[in-house]
Design a protein around this ligand. Structure first.
Ligand code: FRU
Length: 509
């Protein structure tokens, strides 16, 4: 039986057992979504409706499980559920019934907000935020991670530490350390900056506040000019979704500042974190609420919420909003900076291949053999004496009224993702996103660009990332070209792969 998402939601909020898959949708909507040229084909997203933060990624007995903030209404304020999907390789996903839904009269009656999954002596367990007010809750499940039960003692942390006036109190993450459970909770102090609060427990039921693991002041704006309207809220006096983990010889703390996701690397001992290096997980505000986990091979893998950059009306009429980013593998270099690379398993989606090798470019060089909205492009380029060089994608034929560019600017040492001309639609909120990248002497620019309908993800030299949203209006805006401004650049190689959809309706096995 096909049940509408709204009907499923109503049943769930009355606390009855419903085996609904998030975004279970009527046939007509399903057809519309399948024909929607803006809908990503190989990024993970629910079958319909709203997704925001990735939650509780965990590897459990042969499957990678991904949970996510889901709402049946297309608005940031909708009551949140935990959607659920699993995968054998983090490429193809199988949608599963919702893991968490608000309980009428419970501490999460207004929503099950972000949190983490962990093994409590072999029992799959969630720690998450119930609202309103913001409190921390636990739930545990059977071995298939399907039937989740909230613990009777919820909330296990019912208020912020006594005497602290916080701007928020949410998004727990948890680890085991010398016989104790340690938990961070995102918070902040008005006008003073964000804070990550550290808690300790012996039994998960009773928690004691230890101290702030790290506090503001707000990170300085890295860009001189705001990239888009979202930047206005990058005040940083509330840090959401803290994520704290060991990587190499260091520890990493990530926080989402209601603008971008910042990271700090440093040392951790005796429950104190000493930050040494600061950077951004993504130069753009459109990759947000990042969450990581250690997979079965010990790799540290990160996902983020890919936000929309079009009007609420356009999102509503589309019937869906948001996507989960491609998984990134994190590593750390000798200077403590994070390196980020796309998960190698993503190569499974590669189809037809095109290659250009050894081309000189000055001005614009079309690559007519490469076309598409679902592509992975790897470009290796020496800028030579050009002051800017890169690629143009989703370009309309002729004068290129619609066009998205990804380039390197020598003078500013920035990778630049320009989406201001990506769409002729007045609903699209284009911007120019920048990420600092200092090339070493003789080091070429190496871009990996993933195009997936309205999602663009850029990895530059494994050291920095930029995520964008584009909504070209013209069906022919599929062209690719290479460009160099102010001089002659050399394309060492350009490899383009047409990418396969992970399935027609994103419900994959
Ligand atoms: C981040 C966030 C979290 C919160 C969740 C609610 O995007 O605001 O702080 O738990 O989304 O959906």
């Amino acid at each position: 039986m096909v049940r509408s998402a709204l009907a499923a939601t109503a049943l769930l909020s009355r606390g009855r057992q419903v085996n609904a898959v998030p975004g279970e949708v009527a046939d007509t909507l399903q057809k519309r979504l399948a024909a929607d040229a803006q809908r990503p084909q190989y990024h993970f997203l629910p079958k319909a409706n709203w997704v925001n933060d990735p939650n509780g990624p965990i590897y459990w007995k042969g499957y990678y499980h991904l949970f996510y903030q889901y709402s049946s209404t297309i608005e940031p304020q909708g009551p949140k559920y935990w959607g659920h999907a699993r995968s054998k390789e983090m490429v193809y996903w199988e949608h599963l019934p919702m893991a968490l839904a608000p309980t009428l009269g419970g501490p999460d009656k207004d929503g099950c907000w972000s949190g983490s999954a962990f093994s409590n002596n072999g029992v799959p367990t969630f720690v998450y935020t119930g609202v309103f007010p913001q409190v921390q809750c636990l739930a545990s499940s059977d071995d298939n991670l399907i039937a989740w039960k909230k613990v009777s003692g919820n909330p296990v942390v019912g208020s912020p530490p006594a005497g602290l006036e916080v701007t928020g109190f949410r998004d727990p993450s948890i680890w085991r350390e010398s016989g104790s459970w340690l938990m961070t909770v995102g918070a902040g102090f008005q006008g003073r900056g964000g804070a990550v609060l550290l808690y300790e427990s012996k039994d998960l039921a009773h928690w004691e506040y230890v101290h702030p693991l790290f506090t503001g002041p707000p990170f300085e704006q890295r860009d001189s000019a705001p990239a888009s309207s979202y930047d206005a809220v990058d005040a940083g006096d509330m840090w959401e979704c803290p994520d704290f983990f060991p990587l190499g010889q260091k520890h990493v703390l990530m926080v989402s500042t209601q603008g971008r996701v910042h990271y700090l690397t440093g040392t951790y001992s005796e429950r104190k974190f000493q930050a040494e290096t600061h950077g951004l997980i993504d130069g753009s505000v459109l990759h947000y609420a990042a969450k990581s986990f250690a997979d079965d091979q010990g790799r540290r893998i990160l996902w983020g919420w890919v936000r929309e950059a079009r009007s609420a009306a356009a999102q509503n009429s589309a019937g869906w909003s948001g996507a989960i980013s491609l998984p990134r593998i994190l590593s750390i270099d000798a200077e403590g900076a994070l390196h980020m690379d796309p998960l190698p398993e993503l190569a499974r989606m590669r189809g037809r291949h095109h290659r250009i090798a050894g081309a000189e470019v000055s001005g614009f060089l079309p690559a007519p053999q490469i076309q598409g909205s679902s592509l992975e492009i790897q470009l290796t380029m020496d800028l030579g004496d050009a002051h800017e060089g890169g690629i143009s994608v989703r370009r309309s034929p002729g004068a290129g009224e619609e066009e998205t560019t990804i380039s390197y600017e020598a003078a500013t040492q920035n990778v630049v993702l320009a989406t201001g001309r990506s769409s002729l639609s007045p609903d699209a909120d284009g911007g120019t996103y920048r990420a600092a990248l200092k090339l070493k002497p003789g080091e070429p620019l190496r871009l990996s660009v993933f195009l997936d309908a309205s999602v663009v993800e850029v990895f530059a030299n494994g050291r920095t990332c930029l995520t964008g949203r584009i909504y070209p209006l013209r069906s022919g805006s599929l062209g690719v070209g290479i460009f160099a401004k102010g001089g002659r650049a050399r394309v060492k190689s350009l490899d383009a792969h047409e990418m396969k959809a992970i399935s027609g309706d994103r419900l994959t096995t």
